[in-house]
Ligand binder design. Structure first.
Ligand code: ATP
Ligand code: MG
Length: 763
């Protein structure tokens, strides 16, 4: 037996080696589903299947990267690199880029993020003279997104009585019209939003059978992780792609389906059984991640859901500690309790910072923990929230890049046409927008023909607009000659952004300058990584990678040994030695928005199950009795979920308190009354207030070591790289800051690395 197969148990191995035909792996958390998928791919490659014939879809880019690294360590990096592996969005963006022209898009289409999409909805609401209090961009966009994920186009939306009635009931009866205009505008601008990447793939496969056949032939094997959270649009794409060879393997856990608000359908699992009646079902029952107590506690939680596929999950790890439940007087005290507990565990049990994660229901809860961590001088990283790529200066520079690649991208033009200020006022922009709408042209086409647009603008304004067009055209010309790094440096300078940012050395400007520098470094790193992988290195590819980063991907190499803060939603698939599930209160978790329906409560309970099952050694739950909400302190009750964990797996600290059974009709069937005993916990004095470290997150691609270690490195030395592992330096070439090392890695082969990014550790 190949050595890698020995790293699997019998049922996992069965699921790995049975590669022919449809397979369904449904199993509980931590039972090795992702591991099975990873080894299955390695197995196929070992059997001689060419990597480009394998399609593997993951939930985050990070998951794809980690799987690829593991596969590379078994079959070698050269083979692993050619796999089609990534998120749905990144894989289908890549396919659409190749096929865009078939569906009337330029292959240089750019991708709107949520802010762009909201801004577009806002301008449509304005153009239609609708009430923007009723037609809130977020709500309208939610409806559009739901329609797209169900493959409902604007034309079928109007005929969909259910949707139309729902819109009317919420006083947004004209969503269908906004949707129509939104689609038209995106098409005209040569842009797609996230949902379009899936919708347009479906349109491509529906209308262009030769394109569908091409990819059906290529993908001999199709695999999907976290299958329980696929939406209808994704389901259809997978079904079509797997039609020819039927070698499809999906892995998932219905108990972890937590994205129904984004259109995820648990039914996809049931559909799988109908679509492939001859499917093989693999059950994995042993959890390798968590202690027995955590596994049993999690089982007792999910057992309260009425809808679920029954499965056994057990652990043979240690029995472990009981789940500790902390009862805090206030949200502030909760912060102290958690941070204090981390401190103590670190000292007593030799844990590293990276062994701790604080998981919460909503992003807004992070602030209190951030403050407590900062005061205690503990390093932390926070996912979600304002990522590096959402900072103003970064979005500005990226908008210039987008316009350079695709000048018809209207939201990007609007963002930069008068930044830095060049005297093009709001009225001018509105007129341009109006002229574009009236003529059916893109705003860029209106701009290019501005001298022929009659007397819409006076001579002074025309001059300014022409000079903007001239500048962008210059960048465009440069894009065919310069490397991405040189091009963006040129754009940052010529646009006047650099001058604007360097006009003074105020702390705010200095940090913006540093961010722009980080972005440039990120482009450099991207180019190098892609070159190593033999992938495309153009600016358009960089922009795409940035647009498709998920919350989990927002991590830099500096972020390794830090406490993790994230929402439970983004913690899916991950594991940490110690997990704190915080703010477990009625109205917060389960969220107020869900408690009116049984379905809502069941989804929240699955979310609670996901949270607890992230823990390997210790799961800790806390709630506060008062919390600041909307500017005032209000009383809170502990969540019903706490009462639902079987007594034998929990232990309490904090004041005596009773969990009253929730009033909702949809509480779990058995609701034990529980009192909380033992000593109260109070905020501990004596935190170190001196060193306040700024741990603002940096983007994944934006990492760079400030003090470079190049000086000590010599050929022949053994070093360690964070991604490629151990290797020997073959040579060092060039001067700082561009010095490169050629390293022969034990498992990843020979690579050239730019030293200022590579952070090689001498062993
Ligand atoms: P989730 O439902 O949370 O996504 P999962 O089912 O995908 O979990 P994995 O992440 O694949 O589970 O595995 C959980 C942990 O158990 C990982 O650390 C993995 O390396 C380990 N593991 C899985 N199978 C084995 C095994 N046979 N031997 C040793 N460790 C294993
Ligand atoms: Mg997994």
């Amino acid at each position: 037996m190949q050595s890698y197969l020995e790293q699997l148990n019998v049922s996992q191995r069965e699921a790995v080696v049975n590669t022919k035909g449809p397979s369904l792996v449904i199993a509980g958390a931590g039972s090795g589903k992702t591991r099975v998928l990873t080894y299955r791919i390695a197995h196929l490659l070992t059997q001689g299947v060419p990597p480009h014939r394998i399609l593997a879809l993951t939930f985050t880019n990070k998951a794809a990267r980690e799987m690829k690294e593991r596969i590379a360590s078994i079959v070698g990096a050269d083979v692993a690199r050619n796999l089609w592996m990534g998120t749905f969005h990144s894989i289908f963006a890549r396919i659409l880029r190749n096929e865009a022209e078939r569906i009337g898009y330029p292959s240089s289409f750019t991708i709107y993020d949520t802010a762009d999409s909201k801004s577009l909805v806002k301008s449509i609401v304005k153009e239609m003279k609708l009430n923007d209090k009723e037609y809130k961009p977020g709500a309208v966009l939610g409806r559009i997104s739901a329609a797209k994920n169900d493959l409902v186009t604007p034309a079928s939306y109007v005929k969909d009585q259910h949707r139309m009635m729902e819109d009317q009931a919420s006083k947004r009866g004209l969503v269908y019209e906004i949707y129509t205009r939104y689609m038209r505008q995106c098409y005209k601008s040569g842009v797609m939003d996230f949902d379009d990447l899936l919708l347009n793939t479906n349109i491509l496969f529906r209308d262009h059978s030769e394109a569908l056949q091409k990819y059906q032939n290529i993908f001999q094997y199709v695999m999907v992780d976290e299958y329980q959270d696929t939406n209808y649009s994704q389901y259809i794409i997978i079904k079509k792609l797997a039609e020819k060879h039927s070698n499809i393997c999906v892995v998932g856990d219905d108990a972890q389906s937590i994205y129904s608000f984004r259109g995820a359908k648990i039914e996809n699992i049931l559909n799988f059984r109908n679509d492939y009646p001859d499917y093989k079902l693999f059950k994995l029952e042993q959890n390798y991640r968590s202690t027995q107590t955590i596994v049993n506690a999690a089982n007792s939680i999910i057992a309260k859901n009425s809808k679920q596929i029954k499965k056994a999950v057990f652990s043979e790890n240690d029995i472990g500690n009981k789940i500790k439940i902390h009862n805090a007087i206030s949200d502030i005290e909760e912060g102290y309790i958690v941070i204090n507990d981390i401190k103590q565990k670190r000292l007593k049990a030799n844990y590293e910072y990276q062994d701790f994660a604080i998981l919460y229901r909503t992003n807004a809860q992070s602030r209190i923990f951030e403050e407590a961590l900062r005061k205690a001088s503990m390093p932390y990283k926070i996912y979600g929230g304002l990522s590096f790529y959402q900072r103003k200066e970064i979005k500005d520079l990226l908008a210039y890049c987008r316009v350079t690649i695709n000048p018809t991208d209207q939201e990007a033009i609007k963002r930069i046409i008068n930044y830095p200020a060049r005297g093009i006022g709001k009225t001018t922009v509105e007129k341009l927008e109006g002229a574009a709408a009236a003529s059916g042209k893109s705003m860029w086409d209106v701009l290019v023909g501005i001298d022929n647009a009659g007397n819409l603008f006076n001579a002074g304004t025309r001059k300014k607009l022409n000079s903007f067009v001239g500048m962008i055209s210059g960048f465009k010309a440069g894009s065919t000659q310069l490397s991405a790094y040189d091009l963006v440096t040129e754009i940052a300078t010529q646009s006047g952004m650099m001058k604007e940012l360097y006009q003074d050395r105020s702390p705010e400007n200095v940090s913006r300058q540093e961010n722009v520098q980080e972005l440039l470094n990120g482009i450099q790193e991207f180019t190098l990584n892609r070159t190593e992988e033999g992938g495309e290195t153009g600016l358009v590819n960089f922009l795409e990678e940035v647009s498709l980063l998920t919350d989990q991907d927002n991590e830099s190499e500096d972020d390794i040994n830090k406490v993790t803060l994230m929402t439970i939603h983004s913690s899916k698939g991950l594991e940490f030695k110690n997990v704190y599930v915080v703010g477990v209160e009625e109205g917060l978790f389960p969220s107020n928005m869900t408690i009116e329906s049984e379905q809502g409560i069941e989804e929240e309970r699955r979310l609670f199950y996901v949270a607890v099952t992230r823990a390997e050694d210790n799961a800790t739950i806390s709630f506060a009795r008062t919390r600041y909400k909307f500017g005032e302190s209000s009383f809170c009750r502990p969540s019903r979920f706490i009462g639902e964990i079987d007594d034998e797996f929990v232990e309490f600290s904090g004041d005596q308190i009773k969990i009253a059974a929730p009033q909702s009709r949809f509480s779990a069937s058995s609701q034990p009354k529980r009192s909380f005993g033992s000593a109260p916990v109070s905020p501990k004095p004596g935190y170190n207030f001196k060193k306040v470290s700024n741990n603002a997150p940096t983007g994944k691609l934006g990492s760079v070591s400030k003090g470079s270690p190049t000086g000590n490195l010599q050929p022949g030395m053994t070093v360690e790289h964070i991604r490629f592992g151990r290797g020997k330096i073959v040579s060092i070439d060039g001067q700082l800051p561009n010095a490169k090392a050629t390293v022969n890695f034990d498992n990843s082969g020979v690579k050239q690395l730019l030293l200022k990014f590579a952070k090689l550790k001498i062993l």
